[in-house]
Write a protein that binds this ligand. Sequence first.
Ligand code: G3P
Ligand code: MG
Length: 248
Amino acid sequence: MTTKIIAHRGASKLAPENTMFAFELAYKLGAEGLETDVQLTKDHIPVLIHDETLTRTTNGRGYVKDYTYKELLRLDAGSWFSREFKQAKLLSLEQFLVWIKPKDLSLNLELKNNKIDYHQLESIVYNMLKEHKLIKRTTLSTFNPNSVKRLSELDNDIEIAFLTSKKNINLIEYASSLGANAIHIKYRLLNRQLQEQALANNMPIRVYTINKYKQMMNCYEHQVAGIFTDVPHKALTFRNVYQFKREL
Ligand code: G3P
Ligand code: MG
């Protein structure tokens, strides 16, 4: 299986994460999928930002959940990264879906509901995907086991990934019992046995966050379904190197 290169928060090493600059760049650099993080505003609009709070990646303060989307639009979401990106704005999920639809990219929407369990985040996001006819191209993922259960009750067809950084010898069994049909794991959890169990259960494994050559090569060797990387251009080059070496 060829490992898919998924840009983690866009090409987030080169442009401010989860902004249009990072997504556009990832697309131009040849990423095959995009991963992004979804939080909910005070007026229940899903927005793309990794943290529950605004401080790290914008010039705002406080929690995303305490602002309306219109209020959040005033923020600068790029200067923290570099002055070149001072025009960057927080994106709504809706804008992102409209942008991605005509492009040949898969989507991974990570619901950021493990710290704040936003009411109805699952159905809000799901209905939006349905409206844009993007269900087949999307994986919904979350660290929150209850949210995985709720997602699996919404739809049997959409891919739902349980996200984890914790060691668990029965991970595949546990994720299936929640209703997940994929797993997204931290790199240190990857091993041959897990990969074999996942294959036997027809459950794709994707691994985060892979930015180093050695880790990339190891993921390609394990033939994982995908890697999340901040440097999609490097991951593509190294995948070519890996394939070239295999053919020697
Ligand atoms: O979805 C994979 C990865 O993004 C999970 O961790 O903290 O980077 O959102 P984090
Ligand atoms: Mg994420």
